[in-house]
Design a protein around this ligand. Structure first.
Ligand SMILES: *Cc1c(COP(=O)(O)O)cnc(C)c1O
Length: 360
């Protein structure tokens, strides 16, 4: 047996890759799980389905991050900076993915992690991640907005770092997704389509695109198209939604923390923020998995549903390029995934029985 040579492992986390654009120094301890560097997948089926032969649609599949969502990009920054500043614990409110990510990065550097989760309506996969990464999970009788208010108050009077997207390092880290897209395509796309919940991500992408252009690393800026679920569409309605409702639990938010950032992204880019219904989201969710081979969570499908809605209105000009962020993995929400009419009945172990099932 020959011993392994001591080859240095290539570091590919987003902080190492884009350090010059981030608030880190050589003294910042980098807590990374090699997040980022997610694939940009060219859509095969959607242009055919919509008869848009001359439009290129790419999926930025963030479900392939270490904890299964884009939240890892911001969390590597937030936890690294918290550690640099001497924190020993972090806290967040979460519809699920933020807590999964915070718990993972905290576990990696021996910090305590407290997560406040709204009772009910949280995808099982996300909840079990928070538990297994060793976070202290506190379930709150109230929705996400209520939980976030509690976290803000507690962390302002106790020595615990808040790692919700009101922590500016979260948004900073999330800009790296826009950088990667420009690096992969050679420039920014014409349009960027994205789901909107707390609105941190649309804010981050827009800042990222602007920063990259200012630095001369890209030449264009995309139009930002954000989509909320119809039952949780405060930005579209221009008012707080007290009881947000949607199957897309990751965007079930009635009072987005980065509301202003979302309006800025929309207005500066000449884009739009609109809503899509749960049945449009469900259609897109199934289309992605059944026709593109991409299993993304319902909130991610909201972006695709929004693209479809506006494509049918003829919004996208011939020859244009569109990037659609698929924010999280479909495995996060097994209960929604199994809410369709799949047959799970066992058949007799005989060829005729199996063939009958094949033809059913
Ligand atoms: C957090 C999240 C969103 C919403 O992102 P915001 O930054 O809150 O707008 C969408 N999809 C998934 C899967 C998420 O985890």
């Amino acid at each position: 047996m020959s011993p392994l040579k001591n080859v240095p492992v290539k570091k590919i986390g987003v902080i190492e890759r884009y350090q010059e654009f981030l608030s880190v120094s050589n003294e910042t301890p980098i807590i990374s799980l090699n997040e980022g560097n997610t694939p940009l997948i060219l859509s095969e089926a959607l242009p055919k389905e919509l008869r848009l032969s001359n439009i290129r649609i790419y999926f930025k599949f963030e479900g392939l991050n270490p904890t299964g969502s884009f939240k890892d990009r911001g969390m590597t920054m937030a936890v690294s900076k918290a550690l640099e500043e001497g924190a020993t614990s972090v806290m967040c409110a979460s519809t699920g993915n933020t807590s999964a990510s915070a718990a993972a990065f905290a576990s990696r550097c021996g910090m305590k992690c407290y997560v406040l989760i709204p009772e009910g309506k949280i995808a099982k996969g996300k909840l079990l991640q928070a538990f297994r990464y060793g976070a202290k999970v506190i379930i709150v009788k109230g929705n996400f907005d209520v939980a976030l208010e509690l976290v803000k108050k507690i962390t302002s009077t106790h020595p615990i770092k808040i790692v919700n997207s009101v922590n500016p390092y979260r948004i900073e880290g999330q800009m790296t997704a826009a950088f990667e897209i420009c690096d992969d395509l050679g420039d920014a796309p014409d349009h960027h389509v994205i789901p909107v919940g707390n609105a941190g991500n649309i804010t981050a992408y827009w800042r990222g695109y602007k920063k990259y252009k200012e630095a001369g690393r890209s030449e264009r800026l995309p139009r930002m198209l954000g989509f909320q679920a119809a039952g949780a569409a405060p930005i579209v309605l221009n008012r707080v939604v007290e009881q947000p409702e949607t199957i897309a639990t990751a965007i079930r938010i009635g009072n987005p923390a980065s509301w202003k950032g979302a309006l800025e992204a929309r207005d500066e880019s000449g884009g739009l923020i609109d809503s899509v219904t749960d049945s449009e989201i469900t259609w897109a969710y199934r289309f992605l998995a059944e026709r593109e081979g991409i299993f993304a969570e319902p909130a991610s499908a909201a972006a695709v549903a929004g693209f479809v809605k506006w494509a049918r209105k003829g919004y996208f000009e011939e020859g244009s390029s569109v990037v659609c962020t698929l924010t999280g993995s479909g495995l996060k929400d097994p209960e929604f995934a199994l809410s369709f009419e799949d047959s799970m009945e066992a058949v007799e172990p005989r060829i005729d029985a199996v063939l009958r099932a094949v033809q059913a």
